[in-house]
Design a protein around this ligand. Structure first.
Ligand code: NI
Length: 257
């Protein structure tokens, strides 16, 4: 059984003391493919160091996280572009819109997101989209951009069935994380109506740990808890969830993981 964590920030400081142990626990749990979304220019170095240490298991992606969009966003975008020219990356992100933490730079966030869409198309890479409190705006933007060749993941998706269909119609997969294990989470109902071919699994470690670790530090080894919840809701085995979502990841990223 191969499981992929399509969204983990394992290079962040939260793991500085025990990163190798965390990696080992992921491997032991069958979570052997880790996709790392970048935050901003300050996190690229630690992300690449982790990928160099685990070249068969860790895949870097590059982008400017919406909460890192500040007055220096043009310099940050230039750095994203030079990364893409100089190195090998597997996705564009984390990018998108965040209306939860701070709305000071929403105009700039939109500009940056559009730029990431252009990069995803130019490099033929999936887009890792952050939609915190901004789902409708992201959909509006993607419809406005109207590029049917786009693909990617709506990270940390927990919307309605209608919202899931909107994302899928735009060519995107749904990233399911720990929140699906939370009591009465809306996604549990939504999932009943969505085919598994649209799903990928993720942790967003160190954030959003699944039950029974809710509130604690999250880590990739917890992906099976998310897979188990999906299996329960879809009434299939965890092996079926693993093979379906792993196939989806291969298709999305364009190589067999
Ligand atoms: Ni993230």
């Amino acid at each position: 059984m191969i499981l992929a964590d399509t969204h983990t920030h394992l290079y962040l400081e939260a793991f500085d003391k025990d990163r190798d142990e965390v990696m080992q626990r992921a491997m032991d749990a069958g979570v052997t493919r880790l996709f790392l979304p970048n935050v901003d220019s300050t996190s690229v170095g630690s992300m690449l160091a982790l990928c160099e240490r685990y070249p068969k298991n860790c895949y870097p992606m590059v982008g400017l996280h919406p909460t890192s969009v500040k007055e220096n966003y043009k310099d940050e975008l230039a750095k994203v572009e030079s990364c893409l020219i100089e190195g090998k990356y597997y996705g564009i992100g984390e990018c998108g819109l965040d209306y939860y933490w701070d709305k000071t730079y929403i105009i700039e966030q939109e500009f940056v997101f559009r730029h990431h869409v252009d990069l995803a198309r130019a490099y033929n890479l999936p887009l890792i989209v952050h939609i915190r409190e901004s789902f409708n705006e992201v959909i509006r933007l993607l419809k406005d951009i109207n590029k049917p060749d786009l693909r990617g993941i709506f990270h940390c998706f927990s919307g309605s069935t209608e919202q899931a269909r909107q994302a899928i119609d735009l060519g995107f997969s749904l990233g399911l994380g720990g929140v699906i294990t939370f009591k009465n989470n809306r996604m549990q109902e939504t999932l009943k109506h969505i085919d598994m071919k649209h799903l990928v699994l993720e942790t967003d470690a160190p954030f959003l740990a699944p039950v029974p670790y809710r509130g604690k530090r999250n880590e990739p080894a917890y992906v099976p808890l998310i897979a188990q919840k999906v299996a329960e809701i879809k009434q299939v085995s965890i092996e079926e969830v693993a093979s379906a979502t792993t196939a989806n990841v291969s298709r999305l990223f364009g190589f067999t993981i």
